[in-house]
Design a protein around this ligand. Structure first.
Ligand code: ADP
Ligand code: MG
Length: 720
């Protein structure tokens, strides 16, 4: 058995108990996995500080100093029968380096430490200085003898690893991690085989794997660390790209799609009578989709466009291409409210085209539902708009040619796979009749930078609507706290007086739905008190209401019968109410940037000047403050998304990247390593273009690496 695969419990100093913790806290089960757990920062132990230079703001520093006195302090006598008493005592050691003196304090391991730190002996101390009664001390510093410290490698950069309280409490401290790494490294070094082709190392000037793994854990200096980091980042990004692009090659070269050679009459009619000229971006995206549908390969495309960029129009025209070629199209929305809104808009656009869309949701009545089921099965319904109800087993399509999915994050992969599996269209080819899956267009308003999108959804093609319809007024965004509540209410009264409408959104604050509901109810009551009947009408929409109730209230607001809509984000406020000019977001600090941006996109759709007011508590964390400021500064969704990526720092586990991405990266950062990512992608692309299935002997190393779990990617588009 290889050392790399040896269970971590057999590493000296680990054992079964710690092994269980390493597994649950860090996902480390083997020596090899341990070596692939990298430090997230380094402490510079290559330099010594002088005691006279200590500042309270210092991070951990290193001192070389001689023990002056070592005293046992605390209640009771320090000695009994001439022997020191350790129980209940702390050890106070005064050390000096000729420039000054500081105190080192130990509460644990007092006896052991007292025996070592004898007056007159010299040590290297390492720790973080704390200010105490006007002078500095160190609590539980690490210490080593000066000669040993150098030979053991304290004389250089020391890695700091991801950790948790559980790990620390069980004795897996930073120092223990360093020791474990050293042991694992010496056991596995001979087995660490190169994972990148030799020519890539040469062309990119990357260090080999052994050097990189050694130096990432124990860098001799800054240069060595930089080289190791670059190599490991490249490796990670390269395999990520290879894995994503390989899926894509397999798809575009392997899976046949329904050929849709023409645009058809309905498309042309609809196009001629559009209420507005399409933006350049909309036209470009429709061309891209059109090319895909013609190609004979199955389309798997992600359509990105900021809120309000006009994705619905693109969806409608695409659906008409399918219809024009004799196939059905479905448009799936994540909520009932959105499905209804789509349906209304689509009906408008389709007037005069001869195509009649149908709507199927959870609240469709039985008789209606039966008629729709029948129409879908016999093919008389060309375009169906709906919710999850479309995925039910008794929904059978005659020949679904195109599935359009709005707001992809709400649909799980399994749900899409369901749609896919039951909906194949019979297509006549020269080889006879074949059953082919529908083309897929996923629409999202979450703006992900383009290169990033290609990385994350490497097997999806990406289209971007990067231009807003003309005439859109900017939304003025403001930040306020509770002390401005009265002024806010006056402002709202003023807007309502002008005939406008107002959204008030509450976040999900508690894990507990009941409590969330309560905070919403309270907010609602406050608003009703400030805006009483009969002058004002306030509607409320939340996830606990029945569909009927929700629709009733939503419609009241959409049709202008209510002035204010109070809502949680449980229902995505994805409705288009052009008359709404104010969006108030309560506890705005609890929302992420993208979500704030989405919510803000609900106003500014009409021709009136619109406002977004971010209400927060008085005390904000640095990060929340930054988010709120950004929101006030820019309306550019891509800029916000990029910032959002950068700001997503350490999560639950100190020092690991936490993100909602489909891949988990160990060392590279999608936000910061864009250049390296592009280089890695170019190599992956070149390799696959000459050997798409990676069957050539010179690529066997790559295939072997790709099988490793760390390169597995959650597949967002795979629906077969
Ligand atoms: P989203 O991308 O958020 O789904 P919609 O498709 O709902 O955006 O469009 C937002 C609004 O912009 C709608 O009211 C729509 O009628 C309007 N719209 C879409 N395209 C254009 C255009 N080319 N010119 C003017 N208005 C447009
Ligand atoms: Mg939309």
């Amino acid at each position: 058995m290889s050392e790399l695969d040896t269970a971590i419990q057999y590493l000296p100093g680990v054992g079964p108990k710690r092994a269980a913790l390493l597994s649950s806290e860090l996902g480390v089960n083997t020596f090899g996995q341990l070596l692939r757990t990298y430090p997230f920062r380094y402490i510079d132990r290559s330099s010594l500080s002088r005691i006279c230079d200590i500042r309270s703001s210092d991070a951990a520093i290193q001192l070389k100093a001689t023990v002056q006195t070592a005293e046992l302090k605390g209640k009771g006598p320090a000695e009994q029968n001439g022997k020191p008493v350790f129980a209940g005592k702390r050890l106070s050691v005064i050390v000096s380096d000729g420039t000054g003196a500081v105190e080192m304090v130990f509460f644990k391991g007092v006896k052991w430490t007292w025996e070592k730190l004898k007056p007159g002996t010299e040590w290297i101390f390492f720790g973080k200085p704390q200010e105490f009664n006007g002078s500095y001390n160190f609590v539980h510093p690490e210490f080593d003898s000066p000669d040993k410290a150098v030979s053991q490698g304290s004389g250089r950069l020391t890695g700091v690893y991801p950790s948790t309280d559980k790990l620390k409490n069980s004795g897996i401290t930073g120092k223990a991690m360093n020791k474990m790494m050293a042991a694992a490294l010496s056991a596995c070094m001979p087995e660490l085989n190169e994972t990148l082709p030799e020519y890539i190392l040469r062309e990119k000037g990357l260090v080999d794997l052994r050097t990189a793994i050694r130096d990432i854990h124990f860098p001799a200096n800054q240069d060595a660390l930089v080289r190791a980091t670059r190599r490991l980042k490249f490796e990670e990004l390269f395999y990520l790209q290879l894995s994503l692009l390989k899926q894509r090659y397999v798809r575009s070269h392997g899976s046949m799609g329904i050929p849709m050679p023409k645009v058809g009459e309905a498309f042309n009619k609809c196009y001629e009578q559009l209420p507005f000229p399409l933006t350049g971006a909309q036209k470009r995206v429709i061309r891209e989709i059109r090319e895909d549908l013609k190609s004979g390969h199955q389309m798997n495309r992600l359509l990105q466009g900021d809120v309000g960029s006009g994705k619905t129009m693109v969806a409608v025209l695409s659906a008409l291409i399918a219809v024009g070629n004799g196939y059905q199209a479905c448009i799936m929305a994540p909520t009932e409210v959105l499905a209804q809104q789509h349906f209304k808009n689509i009906q408008k656009y389709l007037r005069g085209t001869g195509v009649q869309p149908a709507l199927l949701t959870g609240s469709s009545r039985t008789a209606e539902r039966r008629a729709i089921h029948a129409g879908l099965e016999d093919g008389s319904i060309g375009i169906i708009v709906g919710t999850h109800a479309l995925l039910e087993d008794n929904v059978i399509f005659h020949n679904l040619g195109l599935a359009l999915i709005d707001e992809q994050h709400r649909f799980g992969v399994e749900q899409r796979s369901k749609l896919w599996n039951k909906s194949r269209a019979a297509v006549q080819t020269e080889h006879g009749t074949v059953m082919l899956p529908p083309h897929v267009l996923v629409m999202t308003a979450t703006p992900i930078p383009r290169t990033l999108a290609m990385t994350l959804y490497g097997d999806l093609d990406v289209s971007v609507i990067d231009e807003m319809p003309p005439g859109r007024k900017p939304v003025q965004t403001m930040h306020a706290t509770d002390s401005k509540r009265l002024a806010l209410n006056n402002f709202i009264r003023g807007q309502i007086g002008l005939g406008r409408q107002v959204f008030v959104v509450y976040p999900l604050i508690f894990e507990n739905e009941e409590l969330d509901y309560k905070s919403l109810e309270e907010g609602f009551e406050n608003i009703v008190r400030a805006f009483p009947l009969p002058d004002y009408k306030v509607a409320i929409v939340h996830g606990k209401q029945s569909n009927e109730e929700k629709n009733f209230n939503m419609t009241a607001f959409a049709e202008g019968r209510a002035n204010i809509l109070v809502a949680t984000t449980v229902i995505e406020v994805g409705v288009d109410v052009p008359n709404a000019s104010v969006m108030v977001i309560e506890s705005a600090e609890r929302f992420g940037l993208s979500q704030l941006h989405q919510l803000r996109g609900r106003v500014g759709r009409g021709c009136e000047k619109s406002y977004c007011i971010l209400m927060t508590g008085n005390k904000l964390s640095k990060e929340s403050k930054h988010r709120i400021e950004l929101m006030c500064q820019t309306e550019n969704g891509f800029e916000l998304a990029e910032e959002d990526m950068k700001m997503r720092g350490p999560g639950d586990i100190e020092g690991t990247q936490q993100s909602g991405l489909p891949v988990s990266l160990q060392i590279a950062s999608l936000a910061r390593d864009g250049m390296l990512l592009n280089e890695a992608r170019a190599y992956a692309d070149k390799i696959l273009s000459s050997d798409p299935a990676l069957t050539a002997p010179q690529n066997s190393l790559l295939v072997q690496e790709l099988r490793k779990e760390r390169y597995s990617v959650r597949d967002f588009s795979k629906i077969s």
